[in-house]
Design a protein around this ligand. Structure first.
Ligand code: FAD
Length: 368
């Protein structure tokens, strides 16, 4: 008899949801986390009374009622609606592209006028078969929106010119001919009151958690404690990178406390020109309608950066090379019958939070 039924590696959202379900089913669970804190990449920490999203802005949104009902058992959510603003050399535009954007760009006031403007620019560009991202964007939204709102931002994000990027990246662009600045088409949306870390604390209530514990460094000793392992770390690291390292795209954050009550009046402002080195600035207090200090604010500048082995992994690279390498690791994973590989790193895929919760709930249902 081992001491625990499950050893959960990683105290991120996947691990926390699985651990919570396992405990609720009467199983004994130990969670180990190599960072000095729980909550994985949704970790928020309080600065000046403001919940700061340490690994990038996180906005919860879902159409899945089951996920919403589940997660709201652990936190109240506020009514935050994601409505980013684009700043192009000091000109401000509403996002996603909608009637407000078209009015700001061209002074048009009706959908018909906006559609005519886009059609006119598309025709002038004379693109029939878009060969790259630039041509694809122009054929979808015209030259002005491409030049001011897509070109610089996309180049910074990918570190490559839009003429060198494939068109499929923006096969569809959210374009609306209504006055609607709500970025997500989701039935449920918001930010957990008190921050994501508190939400994860509640998921892990009554469960033993060991921080600063790298599973891979103490694998034999930890494996000896539990019947089964739920591994939410990087799949290639689990196998000692024996087939090579999977690649990621990275982001770097520079967080600053400013002696100002209000820096930009919105949670997210995207800098869409190519000269500004950051892609966007997040002002964290506006996720909570100005919570915290009346005299200070906390902002984070985001920079896209090339990923090198050893950097924090953010976005999996969904190209052929990495897809094929992941498929090889997946075969190895299938031979580990006492290990469940889950979450964004364990499955090497981009997962929104609601999808990670749904995946952990369904795995727990199969398992428990
Ligand atoms: P993680 O949160 O990464 O948790 C895995 C944990 O395992 C980590 O804490 C890690 O330290 C730990 N670990 C790894 N290896 C070991 C080891 N050897 N031993 C012990 N512990 C280990 N989703 C949304 O729905 N809305 C958003 O607005 C949104 N914004 C995002 C912005 C950015 C920049 C990024 C990158 C993602 C965003 N997401 C968003 C997605 C969201 O972050 C993920 O859905 C979520 O974090 C996935 O949880 P996870 O548990 O799979 O992974």
């Amino acid at each position: 008899m081992k001491k625990y039924d499950y050893l959960v590696v990683g105290a991120g959202l996947y691990g926390a949801v699985f651990a919570n379900q396992a405990k609720a089913a009467g199983r004994k669970v130990l969670v180990v986390e190599k960072r000095p804190h729980i909550a994985g990449n949704i970790y928020t920490e309080e600065m000046e009374g403001i919940q700061v999203h340490h690994y990038g802005a996180h906005i919860f949104h879902t159409n899945d009622r089951k996920v919403w009902e589940y997660i709201t058992r652990f936190a109240d959510f506020n009514r935050f609606t994601n409505s980013p603003v684009a700043n192009y050399h000091g000109e401000l535009y509403s996002l996603p592209f909608n009637m407000y954007t078209f009015y700001q760009m061209w002074g048009v006031t009706t959908p018909e006028q906006a559609q005519a403007k886009i059609a006119e620019q598309r025709k002038a560009a004379g693109i029939t078969e878009p060969k790259n991202l630039e041509e694809q964007a122009i054929s979808l939204v015209g030259t002005d929106i491409y030049e001011k709102l897509i070109k610089g931002y996309t180049q910074k994000q990918w570190g490559r010119s839009c003429t060198e990027l494939p068109s499929f990246i923006i096969r569809r662009l959210p374009v609306r001919f209504t006055f609607d600045n709500n970025y997500f088409n989701a039935l449920y949306q918001g930010i957990p009151v008190g921050g994501y870390t508190r939400l994860v604390e509640r998921l892990l209530e009554g469960i033993e958690v060991r921080l600063n514990t790298d599973y891979l460094a103490e694998k034999d000793a930890l494996d000896a404690l539990a019947d089964k392992v739920v591994y939410t770390g990087p799949i290639d690291a689990y196998f000692g990178y024996r087939l090579g390292a999977l690649e990621y795209r990275s982001v770097r954050f520079e967080t600053e406390v400013l002696n100002l009550p209000n820096f930009q009046g919105n949670a997210a402002v995207n800098y869409t020109d190519s000269e500004t080195p950051w892609t966007r600035i997040i002002e964290h207090k506006w996720f909570e309608f100005g919570a915290g200090s009346d005299t200070k604010t906390v902002i984070s500048r985001e920079y896209s950066s090339e990923w090198k082995p050893g950097d924090e992994p953010y976005y999996p690279v969904n190209d052929e090379k990495n897809g094929a390498l992941y498929a090889e690791y997946r075969k190895l994973a299938e031979q580990e019958d006492q290990v469940i590989f889950g979450g964004r790193l364990g499955e090497y895929r981009y997962y929104d939070m609601d999808a990670v919760i749904a995946a952990a709930l369904s795995r727990a249902e199969e398992e428990l």
